[in-house]
Design a protein around this ligand. Structure first.
Ligand code: NAG
Length: 394
């Protein structure tokens, strides 16, 4: 029984106490429990034992290898799964665990899965999990739910300690149970070789709406995937090549590289709690199609800034609205400043594509400047600093 199940029981007990004076027999309690469970649906946050702090019994472990498909409480596993305590050495590499003291490692063809009750048909859910590569080769994870799957590549380490969090969204095709599966499809010589997984969480995404005042949906980025509290690296949102349902409602990631979704607790966000960080030098982009009236004039206003993580230098962002564009330079002192910018445009059609991307060194023609810029990028690429936007309005 996970924490969620306990929560449900508390809820039922409270209600049963309330009803005790009347006729709360076992049947009534059962009925209340059913109603209670349906009403609660899928709760935002870590899945039951989502951080793997409750592990297998010693008899179900051989070294770190997990024996038996239900050895890890709340999870089903298959293939070569290891239960890894923080501080475990692999060769001369120390394995760090981001949350708590344990994580799992998915070796050859290994998977972990969990069934969640209370999915609503047509609702959009986003799964967040943290992962770290442990082997030299490219690693991928196949994440599936409700019959929809996508491969997430973990080729680039953006965060300094090797861990990153990833998000994947899907729409529930039926009400009731949904099974989420994280699977390492890789087969390598060393069967133990594969990514570490920790902190698996879920969030129900509210559908984005445009308002009378803002034609851009989710322009402030406040609606998005679950960010694991205490992690400094936010959540990577993959490009839509691998993700048909965006975990960032209203927005598509229109680039080969992911964009990073950050939280005000660990990054400087000028207003609200959330922002999107475009990883400079990798041409990461976010886009949205808005409804416009042909011939009418609009103003696309937005804010660019730095996340306040000591990245200094010239950053730039390009904003496009249909065929019109603006390049916004931003001098970062690395201390979390921001500036507003406006792109006035005249709509050419009933739908206008808005695109924002980082243009860091692509626009520099001067050799010296270019090498300065690429040095800066090289020295910072593991720190994942850069430009973010917040509060778009048209
Ligand atoms: C990913 O997993 C799904 C469901 O388990 C499966 O149908 C699909 O073929 C897998 N894709 C890859 C590339 O392994």
């Amino acid at each position: 029984m996970g924490p969620r199940a306990e929560l449900r029981c508390d809820c039922c007990l409270d209600r049963s106490k309330m009803g005790r004076s009347s006729m709360a027999g076992p049947a009534m309690l059962l009925l209340l429990c059913t109603v209670c469970r349906l009403a609660l649906g899928i709760t935002d946050g870590l899945l039951p034992n989502g951080n793997f702090e409750r592990g297998p019994a010693p008899s179900q472990l051989r070294g770190t290898r997990v024996l038996g498909s239900s050895a890890i409480p709340s999870w089903r596993t298959s293939g070569f799964v290891q239960y890894i305590p923080s501080g475990k050495k692999q060769g001369d590499m120390l394995l760090v665990v981001p949350e708590g003291a344990h994580a799992v490692r998915l070796g050859n063809e290994a998977s972990i899965r969990q069934r969640l009750r209370g999915a609503a048909r047509g609702a959009r859910y986003s799964l967040t999990f943290s992962a770290a590569r442990t082997c030299a080769q490219a690693e991928q994870l196949n994440v599936s739910a409700s019959g929809q799957s996508g491969l997430l590549a973990m080729q680039t380490m953006y965060s300094s300690n090797g861990w990153d969090s990833y998000a994947r969204a899907w729409v529930a095709d039926a009400a009731g149970e949904v099974e989420v599966v994280i699977h390492n499809p890789g087969v390598t010589e060393d069967p133990a070789c594969g990514p570490l997984i920790d902190s698996v969480a879920i969030k129900t995404l509210n559908p984005p709406r445009r308002t009378n005042r803002n034609l851009v949906k989710n322009g402030d980025f406040e609606e998005g995937p679950y960010i694991i509290p205490g992690t400094k690296w936010g959540v990577l949102i993959p490009s839509r090549v691998v993700d048909d349902h965006s975990p960032l409602p209203g927005w598509m990631v229109e680039s080969l590289k992911a964009v990073r979704y950050v939280d005000g607790g660990s990054a400087a966000v000028p207003r609200g709690r959330r922002a999107v960080e475009l990883l400079a030098g990798t041409e990461s982009a976010v886009a949205q199609v808005i409804r416009t009236v042909p011939g009418r004039r609009y103003a696309l206003s937005f804010t660019v800034g730095d996340a306040g993580n000591a990245c200094r230098g010239q950053l730039a962002v390009e904003a496009h609205a249909g065929r019109e564009s603006a390049r916004v330079a931003y001098e970062s002192a690395g201390s979390g400043g921001a500036r507003r910018a406006v792109l006035p445009f005249r709509a050419a059609s009933a739908r206008t594509l808005l695109v924002f991307f980082s243009s860091f060194y692509s626009t520099r023609s001067d050799d010296m400047r270019f090498s300065y810029a690429s040095n800066l990028y090289n020295s910072l690429k593991n720190e994942s600093v850069y430009i973010f936007f917040w509060k778009f309005a048209v």
